[in-house]
Design a protein around this ligand. Structure first.
Ligand code: NAD
Length: 399
């Protein structure tokens, strides 16, 4: 990927030979971004033009260094034409849900990014794999374990990549917290608390229909607590316990749960306590309680404004630190990671197996809630058993 005549950096980008700006004691810049030229970029088609696509993913392409938007798949021709005009997509690269399979014959599309209601993820992944395209799929992966497995099997059979869009695992504040946990920088983590809630609007939206959503707060936003904790620890829970509640008579929750509170026990001794709800004012947070410090985030799980916090003793005082980490667009990180996985034949950090494992645990949580008792899970050996190739290592935290 290097321009003719200039050397490469050790990361594979172009070495522009810039002078070192700041002393070693200062905070260093992120460096020159490794931009891939347009003809080398991985070509994405977006499937579904709803809130997430229009508000977050489409604008993210403008900041991507390795991906480019080349196609759209939508059930609404007018919407697709309007978006295509805004983002410069060729009319020949617009598909609907019926002629979607014809992407097979379109070399302008390498990968589809599925941003549809949860129950549709499986069908559109299986059809993409059959059309010889890679798949980036939104969370939750599907609405049941059997569909998750079908998605993994179809991509494997077609030798195509499958990545689930767990953006938190790519975000630098979260990655730093993961490093503190894994390195035991402040001793062992003992207890984790996490919560993710918001007050839902329109009663008619698919999120309130069991067949389309697979559940209520849990698979939509509670999954952030579950997936973040699993990825920080690397371990899988050995036992889960949950309780759910829906306000009687509230039509938003006639089919799916309003609130869920759940506990996860991990074999290494950590206990996690999580809550998620669709009926209270937005609150997204987590806190890890370790032997020598606590650290966490509020807000956590949000698209922006993430900033880790840390509290630890120093002599007779308690120090509260807010490590300064530059804000990044999490959707850009995901697009670029998927592009790298395709270009360099790597397994995504968050492959289908990662989404399948969350779905298995979600089903165990619902079983626990309906039976009013803890549910044991099969032991899983090793760390990160459901994850792909690791991201490049982070520098240690200096205080
Ligand atoms: P949305 O309702 O805004 O958009 C859904 C799209 O699917 C719309 O374009 C709609 O027309 C289309 N659609 C096709 N068939 C449909 C049907 N039968 N019923 C309803 N819509 C149908 O939803 P969204 O918020 O964009 O969420 C889409 C996916 O993205 C979900 O899986 C969701 O969990 C996920 N999501 C992820 C994040 C994140 O931060 N990673 C955030 C929001 C949503």
């Amino acid at each position: 990927m290097s321009a003719v005549g200039l050397p490469k950096t050790k990361e594979g980008g172009v070495d522009f030979g810039l002078d070192k700006l700041a002393a070693d004691s200062e905070r260093q810049t992120a460096g020159v971004p490794d931009l891939w030229p347009p003809d080398k970029r991985v070509k994405f088609a977006l499937v579904g033009l709803g809130h997430l696509t229009l508000e977050e993913i489409l604008p993210a392409f403008a900041q991507s260094k390795k991906a480019k938007l080349t196609g759209l798949v939508s059930g609404s021709p007018d919407k697709a034409r309007a978006v295509a005009e805004q983002y410069g997509i060729k009319a020949a690269n617009i598909y609907d849900y019926k002629n979607y399979d014809a992407i097979k014959d379109n070399p302008d599309i390498d990968v589809v990014y599925i941003v549809l209601p949860n129950s549709m993820h499986c069908e559109f992944t299986v059809r993409a794999a059959a059309a010889d395209k890679h798949v980036l799929c939104e969370k939750p992966m599907a609405t049941n374990v059997a569909d998750c497995q079908k998605m993994i099997d179809s991509c494997k059979a077609a030798s195509k990549k499958l990545m689930i869009a767990y953006r938190i695992q790519y975000e630098p504040n979260n990655r730093l917290i993961q490093k503190l946990v894994r390195d035991q920088t402040f001793g062992k983590v003992k207890i984790i608390e996490a919560s993710n809630g918001q007050n839902q609007g329109d009663v008619n939206q698919w999120r309130h229909k069991r067949a389309l959503a697979g559940g209520g707060a849990m698979p939509d936003i509670g999954i952030y607590c579950l997936n973040t904790i699993r990825s920080m620890l690397g371990e899988e829970p050995s036992e889960v316990f949950a309780t759910t509640y829906s306000t009687p008579g509230d039509p938003r929750f006639s089919e799916v749960e309003e609130s869920i509170v759940f506990q996860l026990r991990f074999p290494g001794g950590v206990i996690a306590h999580c809550s998620s709800g669709y009926g209270y004012h937005e609150l997204r947070q987590y806190r890890f309680m370790a032997e020598k410090a606590w650290f966490g985030m509020e807000p956590a799980f949000a698209y922006s404004g993430l900033q880790m916090q840390l509290s630890l003793p120093q002599g007779s005082r308690e120090i509260f630190a807010v490590p300064k980490i530059d804000a990044v667009n999490q959707f850009v990180l995901e697009l670029d990671h998927m592009a790298e996985c395709i270009a360099y034949d790597k397994k995504p950090l968050t492959p289908g197996e990662e989404g399948l494992q969350d779905q298995k645990i979600i089903e165990a949580l619902y079983a626990s809630a309906s039976e009013h008792k803890p549910v044991a899970l099969l032991p899983v050996a090793g760390l990160d058993s459901t994850r792909g190739d690791a991201l490049p290592p982070l520098a240690p935290l200096k205080l």
